[in-house]
Design a binder for this molecule. Structure first.
Ligand code: NDP
Length: 248
């Protein structure tokens, strides 16, 4: 990677698998100190093992259910100095609107929206107190801006993240804290394997001008850019990483 995060401490949520896990590995390679937050301790242990002994010195792990507001506050109470935050943890409870359940809706909003605001507020309070500014990147989705069947709760949560990020950016700008979103198209992780079904995935892929889904690395690179000082004047944007899907 060409990014240099030496001297920076970055919190990454949803670090156990998928995009978040590769992001942590890229950040450690770019010399960041990383606090990796995820629900399942075993996934964090396997991440630490993958990073190996030397890199492990750059990694701190916290296992918590980010859908639980109070447990999250308690788990992150003594976070220490933070320069960057990536709210990447997310769930996709896909249900047709007419069959949508209270549980599916609540879990989605608790993790994808309230969880993001909770961690962002905690981290931003620390950043303001410290007075050194900071960068927050929220992993949203193309589903915040384009209607996709069975995505009611997910889309509402991500659209909420997009707009909340703009308000956070508005209020936090005077503290030199930037808040941006990345909005990926389909990335083939555990969350999105259902898109491999050609009946579902084919029409989606055909609407992407580049004719393919996104690679995890392509999302990670966009996050690293917005997180870094290279993006010092970029604030309150929603950056599609979608091969052009949202433009059509
Ligand atoms: P994965 O399902 O591969 O990984 C999700 C990660 O989030 C896991 O590490 C999981 O923890 C963690 N997580 C989920 N719920 C909680 C919770 N309640 N508390 C703490 N951690 C939690 O998903 P992706 O890597 O694909 O997704 C990452 C982000 O990208 C999400 O916000 C998603 O909405 C977004 N996105 C994904 C797309 C895709 O096609 N994959 C497209 C557009 C956006 P654990 O390992 O413990 O289960």
């Amino acid at each position: 990677t060409s990014f240099d995060f030496s001297g920076k401490r970055v919190v990454v949520t949803g670090a156990g698998r998928g995009i978040g896990r590769d992001l942590v590995i890229a950040l450690v390679a770019a010399k960041a100190q990383v606090v990796a937050v995820s629900r399942t301790q075993a996934h964090l242990d396997s991440l630490a093992a993958q990073l190996g002994a030397t890199a492990k010195a750059s990694l701190q792990t916290v296992a918590v259910d980010l859908g639980d507001w109070d447990a999250t506050r308690a788990a992150l109470a003594n976070l220490g100095p933070v320069d960057g935050l990536v709210n990447n943890a997310g769930v996709a409870c896909l249900e047709n609107f007419l069959e949508m359940t209270k549980e599916g809706l609540n879990t989605t909003l608790d993790v994808n929206l309230s969880g993001v605001l909770n961690v962002s507020q905690l981290v931003a309070q620390g950043m303001v107190k410290r007075g050194k500014g900071g960068s927050i990147v929220n992993v949203s989705s193309q589903a915040s801006m384009a209607a996709l069947a069975s995505h009611t709760a997910y889309a509402a949560s991500k659209a909420g993240v997009d707009m909340a990020s703009r308000v956070m950016a508005l209020e936090l700008g005077k503290h030199n804290i930037r808040v941006n979103c990345v909005n990926p198209t389909v990335v083939l992780t555990d969350m999105s394997m259902h898109w491999l079904d050609p009946v579902k995935g084919g029409p989606m892929m055909s609407k992407i001008p580049l004719g393919r889904f996104a690679e995890v690395k392509e999302v990670v690179d966009a996050i690293l850019f917005l997180l870094s000082d290279n993006a010092a004047m970029i604030n309150a944007v929603t950056l599609p990483v979608d091969g052009g899907f949202l433009s059509t």
